[in-house]
Design a protein around this ligand. Structure first.
Ligand code: UDP
Ligand code: MG
Length: 155
């Protein structure tokens, strides 16, 4: 049986400023992923340093930190079949200028730094990143038989 997995998305400040949040979330919903956590937040410098620990020594880090801390972003946890790997495929490669059309980065960005979205890169990272941005009670395990809506009483 393919694995039910959860992974973390950050819809970055550039996407919020450009009004792309709905379109980006819709792509995951249409593919069959379920939103199980969703919030808007502002990252502070400590959170940025923790989240991008693998990049702190890079020359572009100061610009990255300023970019992700200056304005709010939207964090989401999505759940579905092989979510970690499949979500990364939907997101596309880091350098959006070279990302294939049909991927989120390929369709909405032409930049490596302002590439509209973050997604966890492995199951281990996903577990850590979900914990970093969401408390257990902010994640929801929900499902309903849709027929209960189709046959709901309208009295
Ligand atoms: N980044 C950047 N310049 C670079 C490489 C990365 O500004 O040359 C930024 C970019 O926003 C990227 C983030 O740092 O999404 C994290 O980099 P990573 O290599 O983890 O790429 P990702 O996992 O986001 O594809
Ligand atoms: Mg990464």
């Amino acid at each position: 049986m393919p694995m039910r997995e959860r992974t973390l998305l950050l819809i970055k400040p550039d996407a919020l400023q450009r009004g792309l949040v709905g379109e980006i979330l819709a792509r995951f919903e249409k593919k069959g992923f379920k939103i199980v956590g969703l919030k808007m937040l502002k990252m502070d410098k400590a959170l940025a340093k923790e989240h991008y620990a693998h990049l702190v020594s890079k020359p572009f880090y100061p610009d990255l930190e300023k970019f992700v801390t200056e304005h709010p972003l939207v964090a989401a946890v999505v759940e579905g079949k092989e979510a970690v790997e499949v979500v990364r495929l939907i997101v596309g490669p880091t350098n959006a200028s070279r990302a294939p059309a049909g991927t989120i980065r390929g369709d909405f960005s032409n930049s490596t730094s302002r590439n509209v979205i973050h997604a966890s890169d492995s199951k281990e990272t996903a577990a850590k990143e979900i914990h970093r941005f969401f408390k257990p009670h902010e994640l929801f395990d929900y499902s309903v038989n849709v027929e209960s809506y189709l046959y709901a009483s309208d009295e």
